[in-house]
Design a protein around this ligand. Structure first.
Ligand SMILES: Cc1ncc(COP(=O)(O)O)c(C=O)c1O
Length: 351
């Protein structure tokens, strides 16, 4: 099967497995694992923060960050479809006691105006404090959309002006940087905490980092322990992260080129795709014009040998390009998907 369900399905490459096998390790809980420490220092520098803590998952990184920025009963402001709101099993509420105030975004982005409106809305009468804004770049449920840097800077400045801390869920931050052609630090340094995930486009089996000031990372290490996330010879996994930063960053641009080729090929074959939405490694297909139910569409695609997946939007499915996808896979997918969805080519539709 050509597996385009997610960029989390990647297998470690033989060279990454070699790096894992050769890793120098120690007891990470005692800060004795040189590979973990090297990865943390590297990512802190990459993201323009004083320190970073290595964690098993990006979900844990997000939960810890939100906890650091708030007191129980405070309000978290976030785009309504963002990962922290939709997919983290209420972790913001369970772990940090946060009340989530979801704002509808455009392409996954909320505005300064919406934040200004949300703060008094939630805090005036109840004397409840909005303490943190969480932003997502790239935005998963919007289809891998990227924040224009000026817009991100404006929202961060507004949040800070209002006394709110800013968490950036940058699980796919390296994709955003590749799409913008900028250094990751230009996106990440403005936020108070930043999550970077290793197990998506970077192709590691697991792992994430939370970067911030030394003071907040010190507190994050305590939270990591409380979450049961303090590990032992974790350098086995951190070695994959270091390998990925050396070898899997530049190639993210190839995923973006392949995603665009897939989108254009399918669009020309009549598959309903908004090409303007394709900014990184995601391609979203709207099934509504095809009058096809999501489950039926995914079944037919699987039967044809192509794995796509559902999104939060009932009529939208997605294909995600990653390091396990070749140019040949894209050619095959462009051949197979329109037939499986019974789409009519654009030329036939125009006739
Ligand atoms: C934007 C975003 N944040 C966080 C996560 C959580 O990552 P993990 O599965 O490593 O916990 C995901 C996973 O898909 C994601 O897309």
């Amino acid at each position: 099967m050509i597996d385009l369900r997610s960029d989390t399905v990647t297998q470690p490459t033989p060279a990454m497995r070699k790096a894992i096998a050769e890793a120098v390790v120690g007891d990470e809980q005692k800060r004795e694992d040189p590979t973990v420490i090297a990865l943390e220092e590297r990512v802190a520098g990459l993201l323009g923060h004083e320190d970073a803590v290595f964690l098993p998952t990006a979900t844990m990184a997000n939960h810890i960050a939100l906890k650091l920025h708030s007191r129980r009963g405070d309000v978290l402001i976030a785009e309504r479809d963002s990962h922290v709101v939709v997919y983290e099993y209420g972790g913001a509420a369970v772990h940090a006691g946060l009340m989530v105030w979801g704002i509808p975004g455009q392409a996954g982005r909320i505005t300064s105006k919406q934040i200004r409106e949300a703060v008094p809305e939630r805090t005036k009468e109840a004397d409840q404090t909005a303490s943190v804004v969480s932003l997502e770049n790239t935005h998963n449920n919007a289809g891998g959309r990227v924040w224009p840097p000026a817009e991100l800077a404006d929202v961060v400045a507004t949040a800070h002006e209002l006394g709110l801390r800013v968490h950036l869920d940058g699980a796919r931050l390296m994709n955003a940087a590749a799409a913008l052609g900028c250094a990751p630090v230009e996106i990440a340094a403005q936020a108070d905490t930043v999550t970077l995930c290793l197990s998506k486009g970077l192709g590691c089996p697991l792992g994430a980092l939370l970067a911030s000031s030394s003071a907040l990372v010190r507190r994050a290490r305590r939270e990591k322990h409380l979450f049961g996330g303090a590990m032992r010879q974790a350098g086995i996994v951190a070695a994959a992260g270091l390998y990925a930063l050396d070898h899997h960053v530049e190639r993210l641009a190839d995923d973006h080129v392949r995603a665009r080729r897939l989108a254009e090929g399918l669009h020309d074959a009549g598959v309903p795709i908004d090409l303007e939405q394709v900014e990184t490694n995601f391609v979203q297909i709207d099934l509504a014009p095809l009058e096809l139910a999501r489950a039926e569409a995914l079944d037919r695609l699987r039967g044809a040998g192509v794995g796509l997946s559902a999104t939060i939007h009932p009529t939208v499915i997605r294909a995600v390009v990653h390091l396990g996808v070749t140019d040949g896979d894209i050619d095959r997918a462009v051949e197979l998907v329109p037939g499986a969805l019974a789409a009519a080519p654009l030329t036939a539709r125009r006739a």
